[in-house]
Ligand binder design. Sequence first.
Ligand code: AMP
Ligand code: ZN
Length: 117
Amino acid sequence: MAECIFCMVASGEIPANVVYEDDMVVAFDDIAPQGPVHTLIIPRTHYAHLGDDVPDELLGRLLAVVPKVAESKGIAGSGYRVIINTGKDASQTVHHLHVHVIGGKPMSHGMVNFADA
Ligand code: AMP
Ligand code: ZN
């Protein structure tokens, strides 16, 4: 999709530190990492979010790649958190489906930060 920043990453128009890629997905480091490891996994095809009629096979691939990324980043043993922000209330800012893989140091147990908390 024209004007979509992650479509441009997938096509190579915008540079990124790519850590994994295959025929369906690309994984690259987040430009503003929220931890020692913060990698995004995106489909090559544009889907706005998780509810955008994403094919099951692609959903499977997006998650299947998570442990591969974790392995290559050296956090497979120490653990990591996987986040998919979806829509307004989740503060999704880039409207091309993406999976966050975050790790590299211990996180608190809570995983929800409401804006009015
Ligand atoms: P979200 O809030 O779930 O939509 O997350 C979007 C993420 O994309 C944020 O963590 C941004 O730092 C990240 N991001 C935005 N532009 C780029 C880019 N060009 N390369 C890598 N990460 C990016
Ligand atoms: Zn896109």
